[in-house]
Design a binder for this molecule. Structure first.
Ligand SMILES: Cc1cc2nc3c(=O)[nH]c(=O)nc-3n(C[C@H](O)[C@H](O)[C@H](O)COP(=O)(O)O)c2cc1C
Length: 218
């Protein structure tokens, strides 16, 4: 039933020629390994620089992931200079200091509470900005949900361009906001250390839940 429904949807799209490339069943095994199965969270980094061009590519991929009403609230600061790392350091939980100071780049993944101001550009066919006017709870909810989704797209996009990541929530977001987002309504969500991970320092992968523990068909 589910398969039939998907097949019908696929056929409809193919008939309308919306999709610019042929349908593939699943991306190849090497790509699945790079994105998911062999990819790990890294805490130790090789002394190999991360070109800014790769970070640009990752953002350009991640931004294509869906957000509600195309709100795109994620904002990112790529912290790479020693001066900027020093500004980030006091906000970090003690266990995250060394891994962050030694990472070639640390992304501060934030979300912009002023995202509705861009909706005339991003969702121009309706007055979407009006949906959020005066509704601080809806703005915060939408910004956090979609900013987090975009952060996850960014993690996968970074892996897709060959980089390794180490996401972190062990830090004081108010301190990061005060240091990097002062004068804006951008709020820090989480951090991502980025570089080429030292696989020799990895510990065994933690277990994952089984399909039945995560999902069921209704
Ligand atoms: C949102 C988020 C926050 C995390 N915070 C921290 C952190 O503060 N410090 C840390 O050492 N690891 C942190 N981690 C790493 C997780 O423990 C790790 O990704 C998880 O155990 C899976 O590891 P694996 O990718 O190697 O399988 C965080 C991961 C995520 C996604």
């Amino acid at each position: 039933m589910l398969t039939d429904t998907l097949a019908t949807a696929n056929d409809a799209r193919a008939t309308k020629a919306i999709r610019p490339v042929a349908w593939a069943d699943t991306i190849d095994d090497q790509s699945l390994d790079q994105l998911f199965r062999a990819a790990r969270t890294h805490y130790h980094w090789l002394e190999r620089p991360v070109p800014q061009a790769l970070l640009r590519r990752a953002i350009d991929l991640a931004k294509m992931g869906p957000t509600s009403a195309n709100t795109m609230p994620m904002r990112v600061v790529f912290v790479a200079s020693a001066e900027a790392k020093a500004r980030l350091k006091p906000a970090l939980a003690p266990q995250n200091v060394n891994k962050t100071m030694l990472a070639p780049v640390t992304a501060i993944v934030g979300y912009d509470l002023d995202f509705p101001d861009l909706l005339p550009k991003l969702f121009p066919h309706v007055d979407a900005r009006a949906w959020f006017a005066g509704n601080a709870a809806l703005i915060a909810d939408t910004a956090y949900r979609n900013g987090s989704l975009q952060g996850a797209y960014l993690i996968l996009a970074l892996r897709a361009v060959g980089l390794d990541v180490g996401p972190m929530s062990g830090f004081d977001p108010a301190k990061v906001d005060a240091e990097f987002f002062v004068g804006t309504r951008v709020r820090t969500n989480f951090l991502i250390n980025i570089g080429y991970g030292d696989t020799t320092k990895l510990f065994p992968r933690s277990p994952r839940l089984a399909f039945e523990e995560i999902a069921h068909f209704a």
